[in-house]
Design a protein around this ligand. Sequence first.
Ligand code: 6GU
Length: 331
Amino acid sequence: MRYDVVTIFPEYLEPLKLSLLGKAREKGLVDLHLHDLREYTFDRHRTVDDTPYGGGAGMVMKAEPWGLALDEVLAASPLKAAAEDASEGAKSEGDEPEADTRPLLIVPSPAGAVFDQAMAYKLAEEKHIVFAPARYEGIDERVLDWAQESFRVMPVSLGDYVLYGGEVAVMAMIEAITRLIPGAMGNPASLEEESHTGGLLEYPVYTKPAVWRDREVPEVLLSGNHGAIARWRRDRQIERTLERRPDLLEAYPVEQWDKKDRRFLAERGVHFANPAKAAQKKAKKNPAPQTDSVAQTDTAQPEAARPNTVQPDTAQSNTAQPNTVQAQPES
Ligand code: 6GU
């Protein structure tokens, strides 16, 4: 994976080069190139911003420096060579549909699609990602229009709050993406168990000593009973998710709750509407034919209701639909 970042604060991202990407960089899995936007200005003050046409508060980033910087990044793209090879091959072999060899241009913006683990997994499959973090009120819109000819342009937000600029968002994204590149993690098994991968939050962890400030490690973890430990951890995951992120519980694919999960949730006032039984009940109560009732149940979970599984869809990953779990304690 090659990352390019064009920014007026390259020194901000410098630490990523040194430590954060550590192993992945040593192994040659990632390659980070930082570009100072001011290098693409030619006036004495190295001006990158100007007042907005139409008036209003704040400043807008000028198009010229961005255009020149992105030209240079494009010329160095590893995908460029791939594109040239492909077009030569196509000439001789005929009508193969050409793959999109444009690099991805991520434009951090609070107005973008929200970044999540599913998106990170998808982005980890890319070969070249270019980041264009803006300061001030944003970049002259014509840059983004023009960039679509040569890049797949993707506005991405870190969440529903506003930062001074996109640099911190770029750092967060690079970290989240890099650790998902095959070979980048010391112990890939830890990816399978962590929060947001399986759709539930992670269980709590403990290490030695067994007693610390009068607090004991939960007994089951010392029992050596692997089945009991797995069950205890699963219960803690469900408990935590219910408490902190009920939205995730609702998006969890119903068919993945086992009997013990359901019992655990029922004890906490969370019940599942069994679509088949609900339909039966309804039919008994009201013998008139209900042609559409079955179709409306949740027996057939759409793919889109699984944002946290391993095959995410970058473009539209936030289409989780509530299913039959009601994450509300009974009163
Ligand atoms: Cl990506 N940029 C800025 N400036 N603010 C944000 C953000 C990005 N994500 C959340 N807030």
